[in-house]
Design a protein. Sequence first.
Length: 133
Amino acid sequence: TLVTPWIVPLGIFVVILTDTFKEMPSIKFSIEVCFMIVLFGVSFTYIVTLALVAPMAFWLKGKNALSAIRLCIWCTALGPITMFIYSLLLNGLSTTFNRTLLTEILFTMAFGLASGVVFCLVSGARLCVRQKR
């Protein structure tokens, strides 16, 4: 679980740099964006992972229902919610990305799914639940 929180901030960093390099920002701006994402984004994502994802994994494991599919669905659902909170903390009520609402929701769901996939790969969660006989 220590690797997973780096996925979303690195993805956001790539998206921001891709959008801003269209206007060729200064290297100073790029370093500032990188520092802000690493300082705030990674710590926020660690909080989300430790407060929402890991407890769900432990709860599912306790119910003998832990599977990568269930965790990935959970992380996909958390994506838009946590990105809204992240954006709210950074920008007030403005959004992080300049895209339509549906595109932004799908985009954040993809980030959540990517984070869930990495969490499941690192933690060794099986794809499906093994039924006890």
